[in-house]
Design a protein around this ligand. Structure first.
Ligand code: IPE
Ligand code: IPE
Ligand code: MG
Length: 250
């Protein structure tokens, strides 16, 4: 049986976050330039989004470029920005009823990328089938610093008191405030770290790491990750017995 055939379609995660890693090593093993790995990675992203949305996943949030990735050689950074510009195609979002969103310090992106990005964001804002959020020039430490500044400003302006700050205040001031926290986080490429990605939001997310390089990630790999997720018990601090009782009461 394929992984897809084994899935429980009533328990598809609502939100999957992905760290798309391994493009460079994929290219190197094939004797290609790193840039070719990123091109193949863009195709894998397109295909994964389509498969996820067919399975009923409502939110897919992908790590495309981190704050730290700005320190890569200029040639690679410029190549990635050019690829981004080329691949930002509104038709894909409109034809598939997918809302496009971006999180990150987008002021640092080249103007042509920012313009096209904002165009896709505003035109696709009403799309309902699914949401693709791309983390660009993003890091959790950047995001949480921004959140802290916003909250401090609200206190300073007398809009709230320090005692009124709760975890909800942080939920509402981080870049992902418009979506639920990820149920499942997938990292491809064999590394088992979060690399500054969604640290606040992944407090209770199921983590899944696989060795497959991102350009080779396909529908079966996605289904395998979802199946592994479905075989886990999310306890949120409770006991197994409590969870079983809650499930009986549904
Ligand atoms: C992930 O692939 C894509 C980006 C960070 C832009 P990498 O480029 O990190 O690929 P590896 O990890 O070097 O193989
Ligand atoms: C994380 O991958 C960022 C993206 C996938 C965009 P990196 O390849 O930059 O992560 P590290 O440096 O190996 O942790
Ligand atoms: Mg990498």
């Amino acid at each position: 049986m394929t992984y897809k055939e084994q899935l429980d379609m009533d328990r598809i995660p609502q939100h999957i976050a992905i760290i798309m890693d391994g493009n460079g090593r994929w290219a190197k093993e094939k004797g290609k330039r790193r840039g070719e790995g990123h091109i193949a990675g863009a195709t894998a992203l397109h295909n994964t989004m389509m498969h996820a949305s067919k399975l009923g996943v409502k939110y897919v949030t992908v790590y495309a470029f981190s704050t730290e990735n700005w320190t890569r050689p200029d040639e690679e950074v410029n190549g990635l920005m050019a690829l981004l510009f080329e691949k930002l195609d509104l038709d894909i979002f409109m034809d598939n009823d997918i809302r496009f969103c971006v999180i990150g310090d987008t002021d640092r992106l080249p103007e042509n990328v920012r313009e096209r990005m904002n165009y896709c964001i505003s035109k696709s804002a009403g799309n309902q089938r699914g949401t693709l959020t791309v983390a660009l020039s993003y890091s959790s430490k950047w995001e949480l610093t921004q959140s802290a500044k916003r909250i401090a400003a609200m206190v300073q302006e007398g809009k709230m008191t320090i005692d009124e700050i709760t975890d909800k205040t942080i939920d509402e001031t981080v870049a992902t405030s418009f979506m639920p926290d990820p149920d499942l986080l997938i990292r491809t490429g064999g590394e088992t770290r979060l690399s500054n990605y969604l640290l606040w939001q992944c407090a209770y997310t199921e983590l899944y790491f696989c060795d497959t390089y991102w350009p080779d990630f396909d529908e079966e790999e996605l289904c395998k990750a979802i199946l592994t997720y479905q075989q886990r018990e999310r306890r949120f601090g409770k006991t197994s017995e409590q969870i079983a009782e809650e499930n009986n009461n549904i």
